[in-house]
Design a protein around this ligand. Structure first.
Ligand code: EPU
Length: 417
């Protein structure tokens, strides 16, 4: 088990380089098996979710080369096998092998995916979409079997703009016969990144990034290259940190448009920052105004930034609200923040945050990825020493977090306990 130890209350200056987006990389990697041959993904973040997906690819007899942040995946000799619980449980995104294997092999056996404990996380919208394409689906305890003689393009209306279902249905339908139209599709920038990769392979996808995506099925796909787009959630996390501890802290390698939902809120609070072409410079700011945030599907305020943002809200002068609308259980970090001195009460999926309150280091637990990131921010701002256990949650999605923060002046280390 790993523990993170943070000595707080140091100013952070210099540059943090943002890596490739976790939620794009975790779909691009499984998508690679749709093309027979060696595909190449650049700017892959060094996170444990990447390693879990590589283990699944190796089970499926793909050849993997990883050099720095470039991942080469050769799926020429892919062997279709059951993806067992010990692999599929390690992350949520193992479910992208459903769409990718169904597309390529028309047969998939996989155990239910894992992922953070932030809600019930059903995959019924994915399953209904696969069925609409003509797949037959059976379940045996925790195992799904998906099979089809042929996938046939059709109109699919998603009852919620699910990121995972949108991507999974794009993956499955690229090699279907005829045209698929996904209505009420999720519109995340990551979805455009996946569509670009598939199009580089020879797929015919238009409309990604809008709520209507059209996929004209093709007979086969060829090897291709793609670069993972910058991680807007990693960038947002460090931007929030900069508002508390930054001294001209530069968050570099970002796409400012992708951060607009956050930056407009930071502006409303009075945070001192400057947006440039591919970076933002942020300074710690006093007299922050209280605000209300409500998480929404993209391009609304991202659910994955809500927990980190709640730490900044503890330093506003007055009452702020953080309302989570995507997941039922994104308040796991609140008891730890309160233990550090915050004044947060939770009612259902809304946190009421009274500020400002000084924060003091103590022993806390990361209950999930973004909740863990919130505790890292709190620990770096707090006086004294913060010890965070269950750091594995954080390492699933933030690459080289301790070394990136050390480089800008943080006193932070990760030890085995
Ligand atoms: N939902 C259903 N049925 C489905 C699919 C989703 O009811 O079949 C519900 C979910 O329960 C949830 C909502 O729809 O209430 C949104 O789910 P979505 O499918 O959009 O989420 P996801 O694809 O499972 C991805 C990210 C999450 C991020 C959400 C929303 C990955 C691997 N995960 O999850 O990232 O919160 O989209 O943007 O891409 C994180 O990075 O910390 C994280 C949790």
């Amino acid at each position: 088990m790993k523990q993170m130890i943070i000595e707080g209350n140091h100013e952070l200056k210099g540059t943090i380089e943002i890596g490739g987006a976790k939620n794009s990389a975790v779909a691009l990697i499984p998508a690679s098996i749709l093309a027979k041959g060696k595909s190449i993904i650049h700017n892959v973040p060094n996170i444990s979710d990447r390693d879990a997906l590589i283990d699944i690819l190796e089970l499926l007899n793909c050849k993997i080369e990883l050099e720095g942040d470039t991942l080469k995946i050769d799926s020429t000799n892919l062997t279709n096998k059951l993806i067992g619980a010990s692999l599929s449980n390690r992350l949520r995104a193992s479910y992208y092998f459903m769409g990718a294997l169904l597309g390529r092999e028309k047969y998939v056996e996989i155990h239910i995916p894992g992922g953070c404990n932030i809600g019930s996380r059903p995959i019924d919208i994915h399953i209904d979409g696969f069925k609409a394409l003509g797949a037959k689906i059976t379940t045996e305890k925790d195992k799904f079997i998906l099979q089809a003689d042929e996938l046939i393009g059709t109109d699919i209306y998603l009852r919620f703009q699910s990121v995972g279902a949108t991507i999974n249905l794009m993956l499955a339908s690229t090699l279907a016969t005829g045209t698929t139209v996904i209505h009420n599709a999720a519109m995340e920038a990551e979805i455009e990144n996946i569509a670009e990769y598939l199009n580089n392979m020879g797929a015919k996808i238009t409309g990604a990034g809008t709520s209507e995506i059209t996929i004209v099925g093709v007979k086969e796909l060829h090897e291709a290259e793609i670069s993972v787009l910058p991680d807007r959630i990693e960038a947002g996390t460090y931007l929030i940190l900069g508002a508390l501890c930054g001294d001209n802290l530069c968050i570099k390698n970002i796409i400012p448009n992708h951060l607009e939902a956050l930056t407009s809120k930071l502006k409303e609070m009075g945070v001192n920052f400057t947006i440039n072409k591919d970076n933002i410079i942020v300074n710690k700011t006093k007299n922050l105004k209280p605000i209300n945030i409500k998480t929404l599907v993209y391009p609304g305020f991202p659910t994955d930034i809500g927990q980190p943002m709640s730490v900044l809200l503890t330093q506003c002068h007055g009452t702020s609200l953080f309302e989570e609308t995507i997941w039922e259980n994104r308040m796991g970090h609140v008891p730890s923040l309160n233990k550090m001195g915050a004044n947060i009460s939770v009612s259902g999926t809304t946190a009421i945050i009274e500020g400002p309150t000084p924060l003091t280091g103590t022993e806390v637990v990361a209950t999930d990825l973004r909740g863990g990131a919130a505790l890292v921010i709190a620990g770096l701002f707090a006086s004294g020493t913060t010890k965070i256990t269950d750091v594995e949650h954080i390492l699933r999605g933030y690459e080289n977090i301790a070394s990136k923060l050390t480089k800008v002046g943080a006193k932070i280390s990760i030890i085995e306990i």
